[in-house]
Each structure stands twice: as C-alpha cells, then as structure tokens.
Design a protein around this ligand. Structure first.
Ligand SMILES: [Zn+2]
Length: 66
C-alpha cells in the first residue's frame, strides 16, 4: 500500500485537515467530513503515474498538486 500524507484546507471554514491518501488503488472520489465544521468535503484524487504525483480536486474548484 502506498500512502501519502497531505494537508488541505476546508473550503467552508478554512480549517486545516490532514488526509492519508492511499494511491495504490488509483483514482479515488469520496467525501471527507471536516473535523471542525462537519461539512462534507468532496475530494477527487487523480493519480498521475506519468509525472509521479497526485492531483487533488477539492469541491471541483480548487486543484492542488503534491
Ligand atoms: Zn470546515
């Protein structure tokens, strides 16, 4: 299992969340509840094998690379 720790900001309240992403299974699409405001955060993870990086899309309007 390949995992990576990333930090994201909740789009609702700005609270920093730590996620442990398992990218050995390929792309993932799920919801994570913010531990501060309990708002569900839509997380779409795309594994870019060619460039060996992860693309995270949070609520479809904010893309971050790790
Ligand atoms: Zn929040």
């Amino acid at each position: 299992m390949k995992t990576k720790n990333v930090q994201i900001d909740c789009p609702q309240c700005g609270h920093s969340l730590h996620l442990l992403l398992d990218y050995s299974q390929g792309d993932q699409d799920y919801y994570e509840d913010c531990s501060n405001c309990c708002h569900p955060i839509h997380i779409a993870m795309h594994v870019d094998v060619e460039h060996k990086r992860l693309a995270l899309r949070i609520n479809a309007d904010d893309e971050q690379y790790y």
